[in-house]
Design a protein around this ligand. Structure first.
Ligand code: ADP
Ligand code: ZN
Length: 730
């Protein structure tokens, strides 16, 4: 067995959060240390965070080796976690130090517990209510279970700290000395279970037994929106709690709403720990520490919650498992769905992948017998799947610059008259995707990227959706200097809002697009208000396809169902299929039956036909056959390599050299394609070149890639990013 305890002065290897590319040697401190201990070590003039990783390498002059400064008062990193980080690093070809940074993203881990002042809702309402005071109370009510420091509370409410202090004096806010990092209340698995329908109950039983077995397994839980998947996986959570183990529910960030937490509370009597971008630093630190010592039963979080130091993780639910936001596209390029399976396999945990429209990867894993499949076949209660139909745009009479067909318009009129909601779906932010000069034909592009600027009329600016750069809307063409000839071409959601309002002057129209909100909280609040019926017609991007119920919604009109079918992305058809089905699934949640109308110029396209026919299995089978024939994921392996530099010559030279030096790849039967300019050939002034590596499913791809890329040293400002199983190809 490997040594796990080190006495004072013994050489130990410490993995730090610094990008050094290796484990460093230190001497064990006075009181010794254990493998997995979180430590503070000196590095140059600084003190940095690290983890004792094993015995030292001893390849360094012992006299120069410095001592570990101190062992931190937090639960040591478990063997399972160290193994997981190593495997995840190998899989994603990421340095271990970057994985450790991902696993320690909480502030002040080195600080002693102690106490601090926290602020909660007080017992009285202030006599004189101001907007500032109201904002403070709203934050406290919305996040009732959480504790805030003075600054956090003031920041979240958008007021000065003096407002909060004033409210303390009035008794409207209470101030207490509280110990830092208190345990989360225990959840009660017996608290509030619902009576399940027979197929829900059958599914819950299978999952509960799997969780109780204490072994690894993955289940795909499939069912249309509203079929009760959440009810079923909460029963798996209950089984996990009964077994005395911890559970994790991952959701796409946008679906992490108060509504979801209320549901968990209704089921288990207490709120779970939360981990996402809206959580304060104080709460992050509490969550990280409590998870590590087993004082948080359930974490509900975004993808990075997977890297928390669970003491005994027994279940990971990945809700909306097909969602592309599970793939982190910068820094460590990992897919949380795949990493969930990796982590669970190492710790005897069950994984539940829930979706109405699973990814082809998961579908194929079921076909291959690797995953179990559970299916909920009908919606709960009276709601049924919406009726779906294509609107053949070739036969609709529509003037230029207008996008709502007469057929769709009539259907919307009908809902308006009945007091029901309609959704007009267009997956394009902004006002118009192209700004064209009618005098010279010039299209306004971004200065730093190879992308067109998108007009955002709401912001009164042009914006690059690649780098976020904006500039004011010009009045003369920057190319030919002619004035007054610039015009918007094509629709974005803002422009749809105008068109719809003009068609229905009496309707309350709301545009839902992520860039129209100052914060995630403001956006979620607005969505909730719309769902409650505050709007007649919703115009939305894919934001609305995710995780929210709109009970009054009975009609969905898809403006351009063909949009996702173009493009070089190998998952274009799959994404279109999923998105269209999800959007359609928003209609008819309650008693009124729903209808989904898809505007298309290619109603005979196989994807459009299978969506309209509701024939999922046919779609998956056809898509799987095509991918298998092409040897691409999930039937083959792929890695995307993006090289970038401010120097265009340099980046192409490296690309060419890599393509030539492909011996390590040929040895495993892999092929290299490229170099080619990336579809977006310049971002933020950096020129980009792509290579694509394809290999058979069983080929040892990572090792070969590491050897291949390792032949070259990156000089100057050249950068290389290797993306295993790429999801995006821009
Ligand atoms: P999904 O996760 O598949 O979209 P949900 O679990 O959110 O479905 O269920 C949809 C709605 O139906 C929710 O409001 C849920 O509370 C309700 N529901 C589902 N199953 C039951 C049940 N057995 N008893 C009572 N309500 C249920
Ligand atoms: Zn740009």
């Amino acid at each position: 067995m490997a040594q796990s305890r080190f006495n004072a002065g013994e050489l130990v290897g410490v993995l730090t959060t610094q990008p050094l590319g290796r484990v460093l040697d230190y001497r064990a401190p006075e009181d010794g240390c254990l493998v997995g201990d979180f430590v503070e070590v000196p590095l140059g003039p600084r003190r940095i965070l690290g983890v004792v990783w094993g015995p030292g390498a001893g390849d360094y002059d012992y006299a120069k080796v410095r001592a570990i400064f101190r062992v931190l008062d937090v639960a040591p990193m478990r063997d399972e976690m160290r193994a997981f980080l190593s495997r995840a690093a190998d899989y994603t070809l990421t340095p271990l130090d970057a994985m450790l940074r991902l696993a320690t993203r909480a502030p002040g881990l080195g600080e002693a517990p102690g106490t601090r002042k926290v602020y909660r809702l007080g017992s009285t309402e202030p006599e004189r209510m101001t907007d500032a005071r109201r904002a403070v109370l709203e934050v406290l009510r919305d996040y009732g279970g959480l504790s805030f420091t003075l600054k956090e509370l003031a920041d979240m409410a958008g007021v000065g700290t003096s407002v909060v202090k004033g409210m303390v004096k009035l008794g409207a806010v209470s101030e207490e000395e509280a110990p830092r990092d208190t345990p989360y209340p225990r959840l009660d698995p017996g608290h509030g279970g619902k009576d399940l329908t027979p197929d829900q109950a059958a599914g819950a039983k299978v999952l509960a037994e799997a969780v109780a077995s204490g072994t690894y397994g993955t289940t795909l839980l499939k069912g249309v929106t509203g079929s009760g998947k959440t009810e079923v996986y909460l029963e798996a959570v209950a089984a996990c709690l009964r077994a005395g183990r911890q559970a994790l529910v991952l959701l796409p960030e946008i679906a992490l709403t108060g509504e979801f937490l209320d549901r968990v509370e209704a089921r288990f009597g207490q709120r779970p720990a939360e981990w996402h971008s809206g959580v304060t630093q104080t709460e992050r630190r509490r969550c990280w520490r409590m998870v590590g010592q087993g004082d948080a039963d359930l974490v509900v979080g975004a993808r990075s919650a997977l890297f928390l130091p669970y003491r005994d993780l027994g279940l990971i639910v990945v809700d909306e498992e097909h969602d592309t936001s599970y793939k982190q596209e910068d820094g460590v390029l990992y897919n949380a769905r795949d990493m969930a399976v990796l982590r669970a396999a190492g710790t005897g945990a069950q994984v539940v992948l829930a979706s109405a429209t699973p990814s082809l990867e998961s579908w194929a894993n079921v076909e291959a017998g690797k995953y179990r499949r559970l299916e909920l076949t009908s919606r709960f209660g009276p709601a049924v799947m919406p009726r779906m139909a294509a609107i053949d745009m070739r036969t609709e009479d529509l003037p230029g610059g207008r996008w709502v067909s007469p057929t769709l318009r009539a259907a919307m009129r009908d809902r308006l008259d009945k007091g029901e909601q309609s959704l007009v779906f267009l997956n394009r932010r902004g006002y118009a995707p192209v700004t064209l000069c009618r005098a010279c034909g010039h299209q306004i592009g971004c200065d730093d990227c190879d992308a067109r600027m998108v007009e955002h009329r709401f912001l009164k600016r042009l914006m690059c959706h690649q780098c976020g750069a904006t500039k004011p809307m010009p009045t003369v063409c920057p190319h030919c200097q002619v004035e007054g000839k610039l015009s918007a071409v094509g629709p974005g959601v803002e422009r749809m809002g105008e068109e719809v309002q003009a068609l229905f002057p009496d309707a309350r129209v709301a545009v839902l697009s992520s860039d129209l909100y100052g914060s995630a909280r403001a956006m979620k609040a607005h969505i909730a208000e719309i769902a409650a019926g505050g709007t007649d017609i919703i115009i939305g991007t894919q934001l609305v396809a995710k995780g929210h119920n709109f009970p009054k919604l009975t009609l969905v009109g898809v403006i351009d169902a063909d949009l996702g079918l173009q493009g070089s992305d190998l998952r274009a058809a799959e994404r279109t299929f999923q998105l269209m089905r999800q959007v359609a699934g928003r209609a008819g949640r309650a008693e009124a039956p729903g209808e989904a109308l898809l505007q298309t110029y290619q109603p005979e396209h196989a994807v459009i036909r299978s969506i309209v026919a509701g024939d999922e299995e046919a779609f998956w089978a056809a898509e799987a056959a095509e991918r298998r024939a092409a040897g691409v994921p999930p039937y083959g392996r792929m890695a995307g390599i993006v090289l970038s530099s401010t120097d265009v010559q340099e980046v192409f030279d490296l690309g060419t050299a890599l393509a030539r030096a492909d011996a390590p790849l040929r040895r495993i039967g892999a092929q290299v394609f490229g170099p080619a300019p990336a579809p977006i050939a310049r971002i933020r002034g950096r020129h980009r070149v792509r290579l694509l590596v394809k290999a058979e499913k069983s080929a040892p791809l990572q090792a070969a890639l590491a050897e291949w890329a390792g032949q070259f040293k990156l000089r100057g400002d050249l950068r290389m990013a290797i993306d295993i199983d790429p999801q995006s190809f821009y």
